[in-house]
Every structure is written in structure tokens, then in C-alpha cells.
Design a protein around this ligand. Structure first.
Ligand SMILES: *Cc1c(COP(=O)(O)O)cnc(C)c1O
Length: 465
């Protein structure tokens, strides 16, 4: 065995101890970790002939990069939709690295990891109050979950025309209807060969809304003259957390032949809020649903799930099977995750999810979700009747979309000064043609004092304008 490896395996207790201490220090100080940093990159590292050992690598990393690691897992990182990590989720994730399983098969290879994956999926279905006729699996993020779901949708649509698109490829235009799709759904259409601009836009509802207009949806469906289609709907748009009307869509689905997909990357968690769960009424009727775990579930990146109705499993296997690899078994006979989703080899992504759900249960997650909603409300409340800021849309769930009252053009400059404080981080947006700023609350650590810190900084910057 190579000397450095032998030394490291002999000293593993001390090495792991150092990493543990570094992790603890980082998390205990997370309140003060800057949310943005300025750094200049030096020349890139050079591979050394002999290696510097694990301890050497840690020292080099700390010297070269550690100071520039931002507090994105902390309580005041409100850009994009950025979740943190619960202690139990980190435990599961660390063990997933230690165990280094390749999560594929259910039976045959003595690998329990796929069983854990199924178990975690069952827990999630329960958490969201979704029926057990969905199957699911873990992918890297909501982008890949949308890709997986829309891949099965594509196969379903092809079959309607007597085509096996997975084998034959896409030909012709496949009708897709949507209103305010997340960019990753369009990226998925691009990756699936369906074309990211090949969709029919259904109007948004009247008023300050991003949700789909149900009357126009039926108009657009009728224009298809009976052709089957794919409908991509939203459970929480990124700007204003608006929801499509799933009750009405589920009724329309009985009338028209369609594959109904819901992107519920973070909006699915509305199921845990007494006051908001009605927004999801009817969603159980969907063919496929995307939910991110590295957002509101607060597990480390890269983690998301897809839920697809079990009755479509044959289409899913047709899409993702490894059909020319006999050593992997017959994809139609033996269930194996590698024939069910885009990746073949995968780490045990289910473990952090399983740990955190076991650790905190339904009530724990209810509390996280209710708290995020309360924080968004409180931050939104500050914008109401405020002479400096205004809301671009009402706070519907956990996002706040706002701008500078009467000084919209300065929103970008204001935001960059705000982010430069390193105390809070938000992201720019354009909403209905207006320049704005967005804050999204999904981190389990955020409290009222964090809202106060952000508001104090905002006031200071505004006064300096
Ligand atoms: C974040 C998000 C995505 C993309 O998720 P990734 O995890 O970044 O791949 C898709 N849809 C919605 C609604 C999102 O909020």
C-alpha cells in the first residue's frame, strides 16, 4: 500500500477528529460566517508527485479556500431558495460517504441501500399526505427530478402516437402547455430533445398573479383538437410562490388526455402548513411531482425526489433502462434503480433524508415550515406602508418579492450594497417587467432576530443613498 494511504488509515481516528472539530466550529459560528466573500484566486494547484497526505490536504485547503466558504447554510442566506442542513441530515450524509454504497438494486446483490431508499420515499409520501400509488427515487436536484418526470411524460406521449421515443428518438412537435415554468423545466425539455421553446403558454390569471388561468387552459387544450399533451404546472413559482389551481386541473384531467406534472420543488411543503395546505388540494391526481430535499427539507446538496404514479413504471423503465447490458439483469423483471432514473451509480442519497425525518418527524417539519412562513410574513410586513420599499406581490408563502419605492432602477445597486454587508444575501429578479429583489425563507435556523439584522442593514444602506 502506498505510504501516505497507510499513514492515513493508521491515523484515521485523529484525522476524522480534526474534520469533526472543524465542522463543529464552522456550524457553531454560522451566525457570523459572511454570506458573501471577496476573494482573488491564485494560480491553480499543481499535482504533487508524492502527495501531502490527508492532514496536509486539510491544511492546504484551509489556507487556500476555507476562508471563502460562505454561510449559505446559515440563517440569513435568502437568495435563490437555499436550504440549510439539520444535524441529523448531516449525520446521515456523513455516514453515506463512509458506507459508500451504490444504490441500485432491491434484491439479489445484498444491497440494503435501495430498501432504505424505498423506505425514505414512503416516509416522504406520508409527510406530504400523498397516496402510496406513487413510486419515487432520489436524484441530484429538482432540475433532474423535472427531467426524470418529463422523460416519462415524453414516453407516454409518444405511445399515444404509436412511437417508442426512448428507442426511436423524438420526431415532430410534442405539445406541452405551461404558464410560469421554472427555468429547469425548460432546460429539461431541451435535454429531452423536445425543445426549450416548444411549449404553448397558457395565460396567467388576472391581477397580480403568476398562476395559470383555468379558462385559458381549456381554450388552449381545445385548440389542440383532441391531441394528447403534457401539462407542466407549478406548486410555488420562484418569484412569488404562486400555485396553479390543482383542484380544477384534476377535474380537467378526467376530461382530457394529458400527462400532468407538478413542479413542487419547495411548494410541496405547503402540505405541512394548516393554513396553506389547501393550495395543494387535488395534487394527488398528478402523474408526476418534483420535490427538492436540499431546499425546505434542509438536507445537504445534492438531494431531490421525483414521484411518478406506479401505473407508469413500465414507461419509466422504457425511458431509463440499460437495455444492452445483460450483466445488469432484465430491466423489466428485476427492479433496479439504475433502470428507473437518469443516473446509474449513485451514492446513498436517501440516508440524510431518512435520518432527518426520523429525527424530527412530522411535527418538526411542520414547525420548520410554519416558521419560514412566519419569517416571510414578518419581512413582508415591514415592506407594507413603508416609504422606502414596496412589495411587488403579496407574500403568499415563504418568498418576499420587493423593490425600492419610486426608485426601482436603483434596486440592483441597493442589492449589491446589501449583499456586500456580508450579513444577508438576497437575489435580484424581474417580476412583471419590474426590477426587484427576492428573499426566500426555507432555512430551519432563521429567527426574528435575523429579520431584524437584515432590516437594520437595509435602513442603513437606504439612508446612505
Ligand atoms: C429550485 C427549483 C428548481 C431547480 O432545482 P435544483 O435543485 O436547483 O435543480 C426547479 N423548480 C423550482 C420551482 C425550484 O424552486
Amino acid at each position: 500500500m502506498y505510504k501516505q494511504l497507510q499513514d492515513d488509515i493508521n491515523g484515521i481516528e485523529s484525522l476524522f477528529g480534526k474534520v469533526k472539530q472543524q465542522g463543529i466550529r464552522f456550524l457553531q459560528d454560522i451566525q457570523h460566517r459572511p454570506t458573501t466573500v471577496k476573494y482573488t484566486t491564485g494560480p491553480s494547484s499543481k499535482i504533487s508527485e508524492e502527495g501531502i497526505g490527508a492532514l496536509g490536504a486539510l491544511a492546504r485547503f484551509n489556507e487556500q479556500f476555507e476562508q471563502a466558504i460562505v454561510g449559505s447554510t446559515g440563517p440569513r442566506y435568502w437568495g435563490f431558495v437555499t436550504g440549510g442542513s439539520t444535524p441529523a441530515a448531516i449525520m446521515g450524509d456523513w455516514l453515506a460517504a463512509v458506507y459508500d454504497q451504490n444504490t441500485q438494486t432491491i434484491k439479489g446483490q445484498g444491497d440494503i441501500s435501495a430498501v432504505i431508499e424505498k423506505d425514505a420515499i414512503a416516509l416522504l409520501l406520508e409527510l406530504f399526505d400523498l397516496p402510496a400509488d406513487f413510486t419515487g427515487g432520489f436524484v441530484t436536484g429538482a432540475t433532474m427530478s423535472n427531467f426524470t418526470c418529463l422523460g416519462v411524460a415524453r414516453q407516454w406521449l409518444g405511445k399515444k402516437y404509436g412511437k417508442d421515443i426512448a428507442r426511436e428518438g423524438v420526431s415532430g412537435r410534442l405539445p406541452v402547455l405551461t404558464t410560469t415554468p421554472h427555468s429547469s423545466s425548460l432546460k429539461s425539455l431541451s435535454m429531452l430533445g423536445m425543445g426549450s421553446s416548444n411549449f404553448i403558454t397558457v395565460k396567467t390569471m388576472e391581477g397580480n398573479r403568476e398562476a395559470m388561468d383555468m379558462t385559458d387552459l381549456e381554450v388552449k387544450i381545445n385548440e389542440l383538437q383532441g391531441q394528447p399533451f403534457i401539462l407542466i404546472s407549478s406548486a410555488a413559482t420562484v418569484n412569488t410562490a404562486d400555485f396553479d389551481d390543482f383542484k380544477t386541473i384534476s377535474k380537467l384531467k378526467e376530461k382530457y388526455d394529458c400527462w400532468w406534472h407538478i413542479d413542487a420543488a419547495f411548494g410541496g411543503f405547503a402540505a405541512l402548513s394548516k393554513e396553506h395546505k389547501h393550495l395543494l388540494d387535488g395534487w394527488a391526481g398528478a402523474d408526476s411531482i418534483t420535490v427538492d430535499s436540499h431546499k425546505w427539507l434542509n438536507v445537504p446538496y445534492e438531494n431531490a425526489v421525483f414521484f411518478v404514479k406506479e401505473k407508469h413504471s413500465h414507461l419509466q423503465i422504457e425511458t431509463f433502462q440499460n437495455s444492452n447490458a445483460p450483466y445488469l439483469g432484465n430491466p423489466l423483471e428485476n427492479f433496479n434503480y439504475l433502470n428507473f432514473l437518469p443516473e446509474n451509480s449513485r451514492r446513498l442519497k436517501a440516508l440524510p433524508v431518512w435520518f432527518t425525518l426520523m429525527a424530527y418527524g412530522r411535527e418538526g417539519y411542520r414547525t420548520i415550515v410554519e416558521n419560514s412562513i412566519a419569517m416571510a410574513r414578518q419581512f413582508g410586513k415591514y415592506m407594507e406602508n413603508n416609504e422606502r420599499f414596496e412589495l411587488l406581490a403579496p407574500v403568499r408563502l415563504n418568498t418576499v418579492c420587493f423593490t425600492l419605492k419610486g426608485k426601482e432602477d436603483l434596486a440592483g445597486l441597493f442589492l449589491s450594497r446589501l449583499n456586500d454587508t456580508q450579513k444577508v444575501f438576497m437575489t435580484p429578479t424581474i417580476y412583471k417587467g419590474r426590477k426587484g429583489i427576492r428573499a426566500a425563507f426555507v432555512n430551519w435556523r432563521t429567527t426574528e432576530s435575523d429579520i431584524k439584522i437584515a432590516i437594520d442593514e437595509m435602513e442603513k444602506i437606504y439612508r446612505s443613498f
